[in-house]
Design a protein around this ligand. Structure first.
Ligand code: CAA
Length: 258
């Protein structure tokens, strides 16, 4: 088992859970956190026994952003040479569905990390925001792009230009989060969602994630074609035959590929 210093990793059944665990810095995402999250998530992604991943933080903070203290003294050539934040795209590229359980602050990179996941479950006191403007910069882990694609221009401009935090109710209203639950139920609900996903046919859930993700990358006609081709390809799996037979026979499907 890999040793981590800033995250806690556990497995229960077919669900792998990663908990950000840097409480003194409100889970600020420094290089170590980034490497550890990506290492753990990539290992889950490669593990045939894992069908979904949960990513969570603490009661006070999912993550309060990229580590400002780590970045403070960097200059443009250093940022550019490191292609700072590029590595997070490895997290966004995971094939296994990821469910975020967000309590407390999800600010800057924290909000952007949540947006890289597939389903966001928020506790009712969660706070989302892109406050980088207050630091004299802009979002750098996808905030200006993923937020605009998920909630549209009006709210994105509002959040990115003013840096204001929005609460969980507003986040749900504008479509940033999937569900809002009581704070003490966030992780349980996210785990339940992950277990539901992990119990289904794995090729189907992974390809479903790929198909939805492509909606943010391609034209409608290309996206529709991609979806149709995936739909067609699933007719090569035993799980398609089993899923449809089970429906006709009024029984639960027994998935072969999980
Ligand atoms: N980076 C580094 N340290 C951070 C941090 C961050 N993003 N957020 C909080 N911390 C640290 C604080 O410095 C403090 O450490 P010390 O005790 O050593 O001083 C500790 O965490 C606790 O924080 P606070 O005392 O500030 O706690 P609070 O309850 O008073 O306030 C908060 C909470 C409103 C979240 C406040 O901490 C805050 O505004 N944090 C910064 C939020 C932010 O600007 N995020 C964007 C970062 S830039 C970015 O993410 C770029 C990108 O696009 C990827």
């Amino acid at each position: 088992m890999t040793e981590y210093s800033t995250i806690l990793v556990s497995t229960s059944g077919r669900v792998g859970t990663i908990q950000l665990n840097r409480p003194k810095a409100l889970n600020a995402l420094n290089e170590t956190v980034m490497e550890e999250v990506i290492t753990a998530a990539t290992a889950f992604d490669a593990d045939p026994r894992i069908g979904a991943i949960v990513l969570t933080g603490s009661d006070k903070a999912f993550a309060a952003g990229a580590d400002i203290k780590q970045m403070a003294d960097m200059d443009y050539p250093a940022m550019y040479a490191a292609d700072f934040f590029q590595r997070w795209e490895d997290f966004a590229a995971l094939r296994t569905p990821v469910v975020a359980a967000v309590n407390g602050y999800a600010l800057g990179g924290g909000c952007e990390l949540a947006m890289m996941t597939d389903v966001i479950i928020a506790g009712e006191s969660a706070k989302f925001g892109q406050p980088e403007i207050n630091l004299g910069v802009i979002p750098g882990m996808g905030g200006s792009q993923r937020l605009a694609r998920s909630v549209g221009k009006a709210k994105t401009m509002d959040m990115v230009l003013t840096g204001r935090h929005i609460d969980a109710a507003e986040a749900e209203r504008i479509g940033l989060v999937s569900r809002v639950v009581a704070d003490d139920q966030t992780l349980a609900e996210a785990t339940k969602v992950a277990e539901t996903i992990a119990a289904k046919s794995k090729p189907a859930t992974q390809l479903a994630k790929e198909a939805v993700a492509s909606a943010f990358e391609t034209s409608l006609s290309q996206g529709l074609l991609f979806e149709r081709r995936i739909f067609h390809s699933l007719f090569s799996t035993e799980d398609q035959a089993e899923g449809m037979a089970a429906f006709a026979e009024k029984r639960e499907p027994q998935w072969k590929h999980r």
